[in-house]
Ligand binder design. Sequence first.
Ligand code: 6PG
Length: 255
Amino acid sequence: MMQGKPNREIIVCRDAAALATTVVDKIIDAASEAIATRGRFTLVLSGGSTPKAAYALLAERKASVDWSKTWLFFGDERVVPHDDARSNYHLASESLLRPAGIAREHVFAVPTHLPTSGECAAAYESTLRSFFNDAGDATFPAFDLVLLGLGDDGHTASLFPGKPAVHEKKAWVTWSPPGVLPPPVDRVTLTLPTINSARKIAFLVGGAGKATIVGELLASGATSDKYPAGLVQPTHGHAVWLLDEAAASQLSPEH
Ligand code: 6PG
């Protein structure tokens, strides 16, 4: 393990399988702590392909989580039908939700069927506000654990470099046109203030293809919107970067 900035921890795992195991251990520990302390566990699932192995392993280890006290959300979603192979809900459903038998009423999918992406984002925000019983004040939801991926352009969730969504300061959820990476469809995404209000944030990054961006991001401490992932700075919580050795190969020991 390497220690990053004061509230940032970096854990390097041997390979993809070890990364998946570490992610699942973190989820199980966070669930146990949240349920013991607050009576429920709110988990935000990441999109992309990296989490697939971790979701499948979590389904195998489903007995380690009290799903009756666990609620699942999505950090971002592609504005496509939920049965579309590009959908983050589809990935989670195939690898975790169905295999683990998680009840639909414990899963809050992002609506993607409304006429505009903006309406999809507003509807999801309304769902979150209802769940967190928000009285409409300025606070943001404190998810117990937010899982995030990292694109090799420095994006996370669907906060793409140079897009307005990165600078949204009031809304809990917003939408974005596509970034430079596929698929070229609109997205719905949690905003940075929402992500940064989480109690725990875990980045899951694997593969040699991410080594350059990981090195640039964690070495330089980049905090410009050039790399939106670098703007993830938990307000009160703690961020851990879970990497495999391939993704960490350009990190120097002191990071
Ligand atoms: C998405 C994601 C996105 C993803 C990164 C990494 O909808 O694509 O949420 O932020 O996590 O692009 O994707 P990979 O895991 O596929 O490399």
